[in-house]
Write a protein that binds this ligand. Structure first.
Ligand code: 0A1
Ligand code: ZN
Length: 862
């Protein structure tokens, strides 16, 4: 239907075949220059099995300047180029193949392969960037030892880094110098990296559990050195945590991290040389919010943990991506919980899962945690692979308990060290090490979509028995019309409303389409607390009354379930209003009053509990999203909560003001609550609201309070709004990461003019498509602003489609990530749906569209 002239071909999981040739060793010699870099690669190749097929070396945009076999120039009958690869005919079982290519890193706007960023040269190879650097069988099941020599102008690029350990360096002619790095651990080419730069180093060290000294380096621009302390602390904490919790030790003598300004994702776990988007390294109180600090800690940990879950044990093929990503996200989530609050971290993670992954699961791009096919693998770095993948590991850990889970991970790491493994290998290790049967559980890897579980309680006073009836369902997703029942672990507790206590928390396994569980000894009907801790990534429907939810929001001893009861109270009111069935809001106001006046509660938890569900989450609760009605209802409730509790908001706001900045959990919690209180106070309509926000904006000694005040002002129309935005721009305009916040805050603003403002900002002199962070700050944030993006005029859709089309010519990966919001057209009314589809069709009609955007846009129209 929408086939473009060159329809990208589909890669299928079932087509996996072991490689014809292996590459146990590779030597790389780089003559680095932004305009003209020469790469000489020497591959030792060995025939894998009994066959006479040629050696196929992937190459994307490469021209072979030389091809040599065992040191001799290859003759024309020995090699030829085909679309996307170099084919070499070889006899014998082991040969040496050498190629020479030339690259222009400064013209590489895709930020894949070798590219220039802010005066340095760096690489990004995952998933298929190595083939843009040299000819190589670019697949993760080829593990090689790397011996890398880098040459460059010494004045311009005094620092030369690659994977593994530094072994030699020296001076060359004409101001050149060189360095040789050898990585003793065989690795797939997606983990290769190099950096040539003029950077300064925050140097530190770490002694591992077996007593080895590791040199740690975080490399940034000299001026940014003072902003690297938090990342370094996070790195050392991560190294100690992986030893303590998983028994995993670091394995090289050096561990380097380099921050770069232009990066398509968050960071990259290259062996011994992590390369980071600078937003996940740099943090100081003046420019970074607490969310940024947590992001730095979490991403530093994530990349470090990949050294075992991803590098020592890697993936056989890209369908196994969640093997490393889901597991590593699970690991970094638990690390961050251990560093701060388990309760709050769980609430935050579930909020992200629901916002990003549940939406994916209910739309045209839904795919299983282990997909069956793809056109462009870059499109599969998704919330499903990462966040739902982490939930799968979490469920396994819950079912096994800590000791047996650890036995399972020990077996997995020991058995597969040095191998390219599969998700099935992981599940088998869990079954064996953890002594459990996961046959039915495997469906979580196979079936896309978020299961619904309907839970009802009945109580028989004669037998004093309670029955919990559970009914599960899973809607069809693209390519999966019929689903089998899932194995769903549900933590439940039954509360006695008279005493406010329960009889114990139980783990129930729901494995049938319908199943009932009986509980004896209940004289009166209890109140159901279910999916405690969010034990399974499912949607629970219950018939609990507002009174039951109010009870749980005051008494549930599981913090997630308590938060969830509060959220459900609010959702019921808002969805009821939108449907024209008003529900009294008194219960919510009473619940909020109780939470904010309970001195025993952690302020960070309180801030989460009193947060109104987002407009997007409310949309997910409706058969058809009505952005205007959702917006109006939510604003009205916010105003009412603000006004009813105004004295409390003033008191909280005053009391949480700290004389000095601290990054402690307590100080972060206080700031979080302070900002919520300010939000409600301003929403109340109090005359002095904007002035109070402006004072906070001006006087804050940290970005968390300053940006929150700015965001609150940006939602309104006060004179303070204009002043604060100007001040912010003038003060921080020179710092790219902080200027991103200026763009982002305006794109997120819940304001009727946002769509016009975003159009203007797209033409601002500081806006550029060349920097992915800037694109995400403006257009990425805008697509997350439901009311503004879905403006009935369709202007929001047009702006985003224009951006996708312009960006696709430069950076298809980042362009493709803006497509999914346009693909949710089935969830909206006919008028909006038609406008969204129209933009998708316009995108697909562009000649020369990338494979990345073609896949996302064409799937979105189905
Ligand atoms: N493995 C990285 C994610 C990543 C993927 C692709 C990239 O470049 C296109 C970069 C990073 C991680 O999980 O952090
Ligand atoms: Zn990762």
């Amino acid at each position: 239907m929408h086939a473009s002239p060159a329809s990208p071909s589909v890669i299928r999981r079932s087509d996996y075949r072991p490689p014809d040739w292996l590459v146990p060793d590779i030597a790389l010699d780089f003559d680095l220059d932004p305009a003209r870099t020469r790469v000489r690669a020497t591959l030792i190749v060995t025939r894998n099995g009994d066959h006479d097929r040629p050696l196929r070396l992937d190459g994307d945009g490469l021209i072979p300047l030389e091809v040599r076999i065992d040191g001799e120039a290859a003759t024309p009958d020995q090699w030829h180029m085909e679309a996307g690869y170099l084919s070499v005919s070889l006899s014998g079982s082991a040969r040496k193949v050498e190629t020479l290519v030339e690259l222009a890193p400064e013209s590489n706007s895709k930020l894949m392969g070798l590219y220039a960023s802010g005066g340095l040269l760096c690489t990004q190879c995952e998933a298929e960037g190595f083939r843009r650097i040299t000819f190589f069988p670019d697949r993760p099941d080829i593990l090689s030892r790397y011996d890398v020599t880098l040459r460059a102008d010494k004045a311009r690029f005094p620092i030369l880094l690659s994977n593994g350990d530094p072994v030699e360096q020296g001076e060359g002619d004409a101001g050149q110098h060189w360095a040789r790095w050898v990585d003793p651990f065989p690795k797939p080419c997606y983990l290769f990296a190099l950096v040539a730069a003029d950077l300064a180093c925050n140097a530190d060290s770490f002694v591992t559990m077996s007593g080895r000294d590791v040199q740690l380096g975080i490399w940034v621009r000299e001026a940014d050195l003072p902003r690297t302390g938090h990342a370094m602390q996070a790195l050392k904490n991560s190294m100690a945590w992986d030893e303590r919790v998983y028994g995993r030790e670091y394995d090289l003598d050096v561990f380097n991290i380099v921050a770069v300004a232009d990066f398509n994702f968050g960071a990259m776990e290259n062996k011994g040389l992590n390369i980071f988007n600078s937003r996940y390294i740099l943090a100081d109180p003046e420019t970074a919010t607490d969310i940024d600090y947590d992001g730095v800690e979490g991403v530093v940990a994530h990349e470090y943990f990949h050294n075992w879950s991803g590098n020592r044990v890697t993936c056989r093929d890209w369908f196994q991506l969640s093997l490393k990503e889901g597991f590593t996200v699970f690991r970094d989530q638990n690390f961050s919980a251990d560093m701060g609050s388990h309760a709050v971290k769980r609430i935050e993670d579930v909020r992200i899962l629901r916002a990003a992954q549940f939406q994916e699961d209910s739309g045209p791009l839904a795919h299983p945690v282990r997909p069956e096919s793809y056109m462009e693998i870059s499109n599969f770095y998704t919330a499903t692979i990462y966040n739902k993948g982490a939930e799968l590991i979490r469920m396994i850990a819950l079912m096994l308990g800590p000791e047996r889970f650890r036995a399972g991970t020990d077996l997995y790491f020991d058995r597969h060290d040095g191998q390219a493994a599969t998700c099935e290998d992981f599940v088998l290790a869990m079954e064996e090490g953890g002594e459990i049967d996961l046959s039915q559980f495997r469906r979580w890897y196979e079936q896309a979509g978020t299961p619904h579980v309907r839970a009802t309680l009945d109580h028989d006073p004669m037998t004093r028995t309670v029955n919990l009836h559970l009914h599960q369902s899973l809607a069809p997703t693209p390519g999966q019309p019929d689903k089998a029942p899932m194995a769903i672990p549900l933590r439940v507790a039954l509360f006695d409303p008279a005493t406010g206590t329960h009889h114990g928390d139980e783990l129930l396994m729901l494995t049938e389409p319908q199943q009932s569980f009986s509980f004896p000894d209940f004289a009166t009907p209890p109140i159901l607390s279910i999916n405690r801790g969010f034990s399974a990534p499912v949607i629970i429907d219950t018939n609990r009354s507002q009174d039951d939810l109010a009870f749980l929001s005051a008494h549930d001893d599981d913090p997630f379930a308590r938060y969830e009861a509060m959220q459900q109270l609010m959702v019921n009111i808002l969805v009821g209003r939108i449907a024209g069935q008003p529900i009294d809001e008194a219960a919510v106001i009473a619940a909020i009053r109780q939470v904010i006046t309970d001195p025993l509660l952690d302020p960070a938890f309180v801030a989460e509990a009193i947060r109104l569900p987002s407009e997007a989450y409310l949309g997910d609760q409706m058969a058809h999203v009505d952005p205007d009605a959702i917006h109006a209802a939510r604003e009205a409730l916010q105003q009412r909560i603000g006004a009813e509790l105004e004295p409390d908001w003033r008191a909280i706001h005053a009391r949480t003001r700290a004389a000095e900045f601290s990054i402690s959990a307590a100080a972060k919690g206080a700031r979080k609550l302070r900002n919520s209180a300010l939000g409600y106070l301003v929403a109340s309509g109090a005359m002095d609201g904007p002035a109070i926000a402006f004072v906070q904006f001006e006087q804050a000694h940290n970005m968390t309070e300053r940006q929150a005040a700015l965001a609150i002002l940006a939602n309104g129309d006060s004179a303070e709004r204009v002043a604060a935005l100007d001040i912010f721009y003038n003060r921080y305009g020179a710092d790219a990461l902080t200027l991103d916040k200026w763009f982002q805050t305006q794109a997120f603003a819940v304001h009727p003019d946002t769509v016009d403002l975003v159009e203007e900002l797209g033409r601002h002199k500081d806006f550029t498509l060349a920097n992915p962070n800037r694109v995400r700050a403006l257009y990425g944030a805008f697509t997350g602003n439901q009311w503004a993006f879905h403006h009935i005029s369709g202007k929001g859709y047009r702006l985003v489609a224009d951006c996708i089309l312009a960006l696709d010519r430069l950076n298809p990966q980042t362009a493709a990530r803006l497509v999914p919001p346009l693909g949710r057209w089935k969830r909206f009314d006919a008028a909006r749906g038609a406008l969204m589809r129209g933009e998708l069709e316009r995108i697909l009609a562009q000649p020369g569209l990338s494979k990345d955007v073609t896949e996302q846009a064409s799937k979105s129209l189905e």
